[in-house]
Ligand binder design. Structure first.
Ligand SMILES: Nc1ncnc2c1ncn2[C@@H]1O[C@H](COP(=O)(O)OP(=O)(O)OP(=O)(O)O)[C@@H](O)[C@H]1O
Length: 506
């Protein structure tokens, strides 16, 4: 490739990017070239340096070395504002929309310069939104409240928002993590619509099958550096995973039931009131035996969070919750934990970790009765064990949790919650954000704990995970269990449609 050709066709060029953090080189001499109008995927293990690289491209972090060129022109970003001005937009994994505002208001607010209290020109904004959604085939109704639309539509609003601000290069951070299969297909259609109109898309994903399906080019990052650029047509998911890890992967285990007759958790008639006249949970009953994984499938926001909070005693509910036969309905959350409930929360940054505390202090989080006596030595030794056993990539146990990559934070939480042989593990999205190798390792840990008698309540948006791990599978829709599904005989597509209520009346 000659220089001239690169400068006319390359939307983004990263040359020799290096970024150091204390004890870690997050990016080491990265070279990446993204062709204009391509969908370019970035894959790599947890902690490989993907997010850091994207933060550098979006002006959230400054590189220590290296050059960024946009459409051939060298740029230097100090803030995301600089990146946005250069035509770069970022869609984060956690949507940043205000539920109680309309789509139009969400798109306009935060992107319109407010001069001297002038009213925003909503008529012009509506016209522009219409133009953008027509041009790119993004189906959104500007006048609905965001709280009334589904996850896939919210994501379209986020994309529209950055296009509205003039982005021509979109960075998407694990865009499919929260979507059900048909929404993934819709998203991919939308992405194809965007690139046809000359938009360039860079996306990070751990879902290698999807990457192979949608990407025009793939770059693999391993331990901070770019190790390969591959053509999706010429590799398999397994080969891609092996490039990420740098060695061959073990073969997955087969399914074997370990369900016993001993009831670990019994939930009966669990009901939680009222969100504007609608029950958040309605008459939920099930039992989980020792050695059993009970999976709950559902589109996010259908009562999963409330169910977990009710069982953990975080939110009030009626009905009964029994752990190993004891009625724990009146117990505090801490007492429930001490009685043997491990809890992997949905939002690891808000509820799972103290980001500004070192890893070993995070080991104690939620597991200490509040007395003044803290067993530092024990906590440190056990943190070291978790780091090794769960392959948490970190310079040490004294760094703050905030310094770990997302996937490594997750591995730390899983390791902590599996410590001390819990009776019951409540696992909300236990492998969200972890790479395929770490996911297989966490599944192995869960399977062997299950074989030793652990009962697991599994909530996950990853349908392969739900189907692969669950002994019993139930579908939660609008706060009710609407279907029992046999995990041995269901495809992700069938499960996906049960989750959206498609088979509800069948
Ligand atoms: N603010 C920070 N301070 C210190 N170290 C950091 C910081 N941000 C990232 N790191 C380290 O840089 C490395 C790369 O992290 P990064 O978040 O870029 O990985 P990633 O590939 O996005 O991982 P994941 O798939 O888990 O999200 C990791 O070792 C991480 O611990």
């Amino acid at each position: 490739m000659g220089e001239a050709e690169i400068s006319t066709q390359t939307a983004v060029a990263l040359d020799g990017i290096t970024k150091r953090f204390p004890g870690v080189v997050a990016n080491r001499d990265i070279h990446l070239s993204v062709a204009k109008g391509h969908i370019h995927a970035i894959v790599g293990e947890n902690g490989a340096g993907k997010s850091t690289l994207m933060k550098i491209l979006y002006g959230m972090q400054r590189p220590d070395e290296g050059e960024i060129r946009i459409d051939g022109t060298p740029v230097s970003f100090h803030t995301p504002g600089d990146a946005i001005a250069a035509g770069i937009g970022m869609v984060h994994q956690h949507f940043m929309l205000a539920d109680n505002l309309t789509v139009l208001e969400n798109v306009v607010l935060g992107s319109e310069p407010r001069r001297g209290g002038l009213a925003l020109d909503f008529a012009a904004a509506r016209k522009k939104i219409k133009e953008i959604s027509d041009a790119y085939g993004l189906d959104v109704d500007p006048d609905v409240l965001v709280e009334d639309i589904g996850v896939g539509a919210r994501q379209r609003v986020e994309i529209l928002k950055v296009l509205y601000r003039g982005a021509r290069i979109l960075i998407l951070d694990e865009p499919t993590a929260v979507l059900v299969p048909h929404e993934v297909d819709e998203l991919f259609e939308n992405l194809h619509g965007l690139v046809r109109e000359g938009i360039t898309i860079i996306f990070i994903s751990h879902h290698l099958d999807e990457v192979l399906k949608v990407a025009d080019a793939i770059t693999v990052i391993r331990r901070g550096t770019t190790v390969a650029s591959v053509d999706p047509k010429s590799v398999t998911a397994r080969q891609l995973a092996e490039l990420m890890v740098g060695s061959e992967l073990p073969s997955p285990e087969t399914r074997e039931s370990t369900v016993t007759d001993t009831v670990a958790l019994e939930v009966s008639g669990l009901t939680m009131g009222n969100d504007g006249g609608r029950l958040l949970l309605e008459d939920i009953s099930f039992t989980i035996h020792k050695g059993e994984v009970l999976g709950i499938a559902g589109v996010e926001g259908n009562g999963q969070a409330e169910l977990v909070e009710a069982i953990m005693g975080i939110r009030a509910s009626t009905g009964a919750v029994r752990l190993s036969g004891a009625d724990i309905g009146d117990w505090s959350t801490l007492r429930r934990r001490e009685a043997g409930i491990g809890y992997i929360p949905e939002d690891r940054q808000r509820h799972g970790l103290l980001l500004l505390a070192p890893l070993w202090e995070n080991r104690i989080l939620g597991h200490n009765s509040g007395g003044i006596w803290i067993d530092r030595k024990g906590a440190r030794a056990d943190t070291q064990r978790i780091v090794e056993q769960y392959d948490v990539r970190t310079p040490g146990i004294d760094v703050d949790a905030a310094a770990l990559s997302g996937g490594n934070q997750q591995k730390l939480i899983v390791g902590r919650e599996m410590s001390g042989d819990p009776v019951l593990l409540i696992a909300s999205h236990p492998t969200r954000g972890v790479d395929v190798g770490a996911q297989a390792a966490i599944w192995d840990h869960l399977r062997s704990a299950r074989a030793a008698g652990l009962a697991v309540l599994l909530i996950s948006a990853d349908l392969d995970e739900l189907i692969g791990l669950s002994d019993t599978l139930k579908v939660l829709l609008r706060g009710k269990i609407v279907a029992d599904v046999d995990p041995a005989n269901v495809t992700p597509e069938q499960l996906g449609s049960a989750m959206t209520g498609a088979g509800e009346d069948a």
